[in-house]
Ligand binder design. Sequence first.
Ligand code: C2E
Ligand code: MG
Ligand code: MG
Ligand code: MG
Length: 282
Amino acid sequence: QAKSSGKAQYAIFQPGMHDYVLGQLQLANDLVGALDRDEFYLEYQPIIALNTSHILGIEALIRWQHPQRGQVSPIQFIAIAEETGLIIAIGNWVLQQACHHLRQILLAYPSLDRLFISVNLSAKQLAQLNFVSWVTEVLRANHLSPSQLQFEITENLFIHDASRAAQTLEQLRQLGVGISLDDFGTGYSSLNHLYQMSIQTLKIDRSFIGDIESLGEKWDVVQAIVALARIFQLQVIAEGVETPGQRQQLCGLSCVAAQGYLLSRPLPFQTLLPWLDNYGNP
Ligand code: C2E
Ligand code: MG
Ligand code: MG
Ligand code: MG
């Protein structure tokens, strides 16, 4: 019957789909022991203030060096880690490792004491019991102040149990930890989030930045987001700045910070230290 309609209604039985599901299962299986096997490491991408060229912070980005597959992108495995619950152990490792590295940076360059580390946080991590006291403990163990940490969250976090998430975010804010809304403009957006949630920074998704030089709709959206941020007194970071032209154009908007390949690619820790040394702060 279904066949007579001419459409592949039972798409789940298509051979390509079968391979895909098997691949995901295999990846999930490999992910289980990856932490214990030490297959993860972090890279750090600088966040720069465009008006002063000062370095404000560094975003920690997880990398998985798989013994057979080589590098597996977080775009491929973070979703699986979230579905399987493995994200809790992995994400907690990320926070500890990032704080440990920031501590090393500050020991080497005490003048960078206002540098923050930005860590991506998933909904399940935030929902952990005692998450806030655990974060406090990690900061204390690394001699960091809460203002030296930011969490990046996405709007999807508010889809389930928004009030619980909001409560924990508020506790983090009261502690003094910064909260950024990542990939802004792509998610389950609601202006409510901007004034009900404890958010200090909007990160404009790179899909808007890539095309600003043509001065089309995307540029209008970027300007609108910056105007919105001013209303709600939020900081703005433009993601994915790749060309001098994009940088130039964003410079025209006051108070924008930027992140992207033009300024620096994400760097492994061993490369970050000499990069910081060489960059200095103007
Ligand atoms: P994100 O948090 O939005 O991170 C920005 C992504 O854009 C990173 O991809 C970064 O390498 C890439 N990027 C930075 N500048 C440029 C640029 O100029 N051009 C282009 N084309 N790309 C640029 P990456 O490292 O592959 O991470 C992808 C996503 O995976 C992240 O997006 C984040 O959502 C997630 N992720 C990464 N690390 C973690 C983590 O430790 N925990 C969690 N929960 N998610 C993570
Ligand atoms: Mg991020
Ligand atoms: Mg982002
Ligand atoms: Mg993104």
